[in-house]
Write a protein that binds this ligand. Structure first.
Ligand code: NAD
Length: 431
């Protein structure tokens, strides 16, 4: 049997040369300067509270042993227990997880959820594992991080290439360790074991509520506009479906294999069917449909651009060529600070990740509350509560952007950092 002595290298195809943690620190530096933030608070937020690196040994189906590297980072817990998703992707690095945890701290503060920020991930290509291998890997990873997670401590959820099945395995593994069922240890679970109605669609739905709020505020009409969506997973596909339901023409979408474009609009239910059957959006065919790359679709002329895949997609290199009027960041960290500046000058209205994709963590919060109460709400109630919280957050960020004459990202970050700084100051420094 060959001996694995090194962690598998991060493949070049998925690794972006831009380090997401450096992007997060740059964002913090910009917002700290603008709000003349106490340098002590800035340094507090520049260091994650806890970074756990674990090795995850897995017995593969052929009998061999593979080691995967996993992470769980708790960025800041001043406002409550840690909350954030788990990512399985070959490009996962500690710095990526640190950045994603930082954005979770800010996101929970923008929405006023009583949580701090966390994130986890395993550097693995889950498409290369059998279902049984994936289950063994998930269970061992959960066991390795169970020393810091828990319903009142740190509550994981799905992210890229993890789903409700992953959460069910995590919940079961954690529960076995403590000897009783603990549904509140993860969110995004199947309904049968304490999941919430509306959680699966929450990120896309919340993103669409934010787009609707922006259109109303800007006195633009949504009906008849066009949208381009990069990434057609949980966040992107729901966003596409709900936008199409509102009369928006979805003219291009993409997944990891590439993109498809039709100026006449794509049939979104047909695309969803293709994905559900295990295919790619690039299998979509029809008259006037052309294939484009993931980068090319970003530069198409459209009204709404929704990056819903990975970080660092809109950078200093392509921001000037973006033709959308509005960008709604369903993905975390898709835009670099250099691109932000270019887009602001071009008057592109940008709905930042920590606002636009907060629907997921908001309904995760509802799921956790329902688990803790052992009492479950109706779907209409959940969607209404989601809309109320998303709209209130949008309004707060928009007003602050007007007051401070800054873009929506800066406004959302000011709002978040203010709340976190207040919590840190009130709690003081132990001992
Ligand atoms: P997912 O696993 O359901 O889907 C990911 C999608 O991205 C797939 O369509 C995949 O093919 C595509 N993709 C992968 N690599 C790509 C590449 N290089 N270029 C273009 N597309 C690529 O994941 P998801 O949950 O939809 O997450 C997508 C984004 O949304 C991530 O940034 C995630 O952090 C963010 N997000 C997700 C949630 C949630 O609740 N799931 C909440 C907030 C934010």
């Amino acid at each position: 049997m060959p001996v694995q002595t090194k962690n598998p290298a991060v493949p070049k195809t998925v690794e972006s040369p831009i380090n997401p943690w450096e992007v997060a620190l740059k964002q913090l530096e910009i917002v700290a300067k603008h709000m003349k933030l106490d340098p002590g608070i800035q340094s507090y937020l520049s260091y994650p509270k806890r970074c756990l690196i674990v090795s995850v040994p897995v017995r593969m189906d052929d009998g061999s042993i593979k080691i995967f590297e996993g992470y769980r980072v708790q960025h800041n817990l001043a406002r409550g227990p840690a909350k954030g998703g788990i990512r399985y992707h070959p490009g996962v690095t500690l710095d990526e997880v640190k950045a994603l945890a930082f954005w979770m701290t800010l996101k929970c503060a923008v929405l006023g959820l009583p949580y701090g920020g966390a994130k986890g991930g395993v550097r693995v290509d889950p498409k290369k594992l059998s279902l049984a291998e994936l289950e063994r890997m998930t269970r061992r990873y959960t066991s390795e991080i169970s020393i810091i997670i828990g319903p009142g401590k740190d509550i994981p959820a799905p992210d890229v290439y993890t789903n409700s099945q992953t959460m069910a395995w995590m919940m079961d593994t954690y529960s076995m360790g403590i000897g009783h069922s603990a549904p509140g240890v993860v969110t995004g679970k199947p309904l049968e074991i304490g999941g919430s109605l509306g959680r699966n669609e929450a990120t896309g739905r919340g993103c669409v509520y934010t787009i609707e709020n922006a259109f109303r505020k800007l006195h633009w009409n949504l009906k008849g506009t066009t949208a381009v969506i990069q990434g057609f997973g949980n966040a992107g596909s729901v966003c596409a479906k709900l936008l199409a339901d509102l009369g928006v023409q979805v003219i291009a979408v993409s997944d990891s294999k590439g993109g498809v474009h039709s100026p006449q609009g794509l049939d979104v239910p047909k695309l969803i069917l293709l994905k559900n059957k295990g295919g790619s959006v690039t299998d979509y065919s029809g008259s006037g449909v052309t294939r484009l790359t993931n980068q090319e679709i970003l530069e198409l002329k459209c009204d709404i651009l929704v990056p819903a895949a990975l970080e660092n997609q809109i950078t200093g290199a392509n921001a000037a060529r973006i033709q959308a009027r509005l960008i709604a960041e369903a993905a975390n960290g898709p835009t670099t600070p250099e691109a932000d500046e270019i887009l602001y000058k071009k008057e592109v209205f940008l709905l930042p990740d920590i606002l636009a994709n907060a629907g997921g963590v908001t309904v995760s919060y509802f799921e956790w509350v329902q688990d803790n109460l052992a009492y479950f709400w109706k779907e209409e109630e959940i969607n209404q509560r989601l809309e109320d919280l998303m709209s209130a957050a949008f309004e707060n960020v928009y007003l602050l952007a007007q007051e401070e004459k800054v873009d929506m990202r800066m406004a959302a970050q000011i709002l978040a950092v203010r709340k976190i700084a207040q919590a840190l100051k009130m709690r003081g420094i132990y001992p």
